[in-house]
Design a protein around this ligand. Structure first.
Ligand SMILES: [Zn+2]
Length: 94
């Protein structure tokens, strides 16, 4: 279990769907277990965005350098962001 992906009050895990489709750094939602208002951790989100962008650019330049067309490079770069979702976490909103 990933500690930072659970509700900080009751330890109920936050679903993948919540992270993938319903969460932006501005959104807040209620924990179904205890009703605490949860948000994505901005610190973790920024870290994930920075790491994702760095890796995305490295892959993008490598792929362009290898002669791939931009229409291949863009989806490859987007796919490379997926592992960085692991860095996202939740915090209780004050
Ligand atoms: Zn909770």
């Amino acid at each position: 279990m990933l500690e930072h992906r659970c509700c900080p009050r009751c330890r109920r895990p936050v679903s993948w769907g919540q992270f993938a489709f319903k969460s932006t750094i501005w959104s807040a939602w209620e924990c179904p277990g205890c009703g605490t208002t949860l948000r994505l951790s901005k610190r973790r989100r920024v870290l994930a965005a920075v790491c994702g962008a760095a890796v995305g650019c490295a892959i993008g330049f490598a792929a362009l350098g290898a002669g791939l067309s931009i229409w291949w490079v863009i989806p490859i770069m987007m796919t490379a962001q997926i592992p960085f979702w692991w860095l996202d976490g939740v915090v209780a909103s004050a």
